[in-house]
Design a binder for this molecule. Structure first.
Ligand SMILES: CC(C)(COP(=O)(O)OP(=O)(O)OC[C@H]1O[C@@H](n2cnc3c(N)ncnc32)[C@H](O)[C@@H]1OP(=O)(O)O)[C@@H](O)C(=O)NCCC(=O)NCCS
Length: 256
């Protein structure tokens, strides 16, 4: 039906009028922080004090993690190749995936579906880890190359406790960490993705928003890396691991 308008409930605009979820943008500018505004646009309602505090911590947690993460190397490589800022940020965001940053989505998906089941979280975690091991699946949101205990995880859980968000998902998340260690014999700490996945689940967010929290948090970090690469490094420098050896076919000729 051609005359049916396309409906959206996010932002109403008209001449001199911009209302996000019903609130005038100038009131938001006057009264809300960026984290509170992100909560408003995603949930459709203003955060209460506890939600605002939790949201601020989530968005700060992943702002940067040095030069080694794949998304940072992505951004810096795009700059180094001689491309613009928007291409560099887009390049870094494209690198975010199930193994880096994007693990929030799958961690939250698994925890949201398992937390609904009956039974205590220790028993559910045991069952889940058995299932993952039988199917050779890594549990998203667990394990870290650098941290034995991820300080961001501890802080997020501490704030969640203080703000009243320490619910069944965080409990399940901690139980999964224990079950992984018992069953694999290897310490696989809850990483920042796993912690955010658990916290947003206890805050009532849909797991499909998961990657978004990492992207919103990491873009300022990528911007800082892109700018540093532009202003401090020479073009097309060799980034990443140079310890590279060839193991393909030996020299050969095309038969004419
Ligand atoms: C983050 C990550 C890539 C770090 O990996 P790493 O410390 O270099 O460890 P490796 O990839 O060498 O794996 C070492 C072993 O631990 C196991 N392992 C690592 N993370 C695991 C996980 N999350 N669940 C189950 N097993 C895991 C591997 O299967 C491997 O076992 P194996 O030696 O029997 O084959 C890895 O832990 C992972 O893939 N985690 C899940 C994805 C994730 O959470 N990403 C967000 C990172 S912030």
């Amino acid at each position: 039906m051609a005359d049916q308008p396309w409906m959206s409930s996010i932002t109403d605009i008209g001449p001199g009028n911009i209302r996000v979820r019903g609130y005038h943008i100038t009131d938001i500018m006057e009264h809300l922080s960026f984290a509170e505004t992100v909560f408003l646009i995603l949930k459709g309602e203003l955060p209460n004090k506890a939600e605002a505090e939790m949201m601020r911590a989530i968005l700060v947690a992943s702002i940067d993690h040095g030069c080694s993460p794949p998304s940072v190397l992505g951004t810096r490589n795009v700059v180094s190749g001689g491309n613009s800022l928007n291409a560099a940020i887009a390049g870094g965001v494209l690198v975010i995936g199930d193994s880096h940053g994007g693990a929030i989505e799958n961690a939250a998906k698994i925890m949201q579906s398992w937390a609904k089941k009956d039974g205590d979280t220790a028993m559910l975690a045991d069952e889940l880890v058995d299932y993952l091991r039988e199917n050779k699946i890594r549990m998203p949101g667990f394990g870290h190359r650098l941290h034995n205990v991820d300080p961001r995880t501890l802080k997020l859980f501490e704030i969640a406790e203080r703000c009243g968000f320490s619910g069944r998902h965080i409990e399940l998340c901690k139980a999964i960490e224990k079950a992984l260690e018992t069953k694999t014999g290897r310490a696989l700490p809850i990483n920042v993705d796993g912690a955010i996945g658990a916290v947003i689940s206890d805050m009532g967010f849909d797991y499909r928003l998961g990657k978004g929290f990492f992207i919103i948090s990491r873009v300022p970090g990528l911007l800082a890396h892109a700018y540093e690469e532009m202003t401090r490094e020479k073009p097309m420098r060799q980034l990443g691991n140079r310890n590279y050896a060839y193991d393909g076919p030996g020299p050969r000729e095309i038969e004419k």
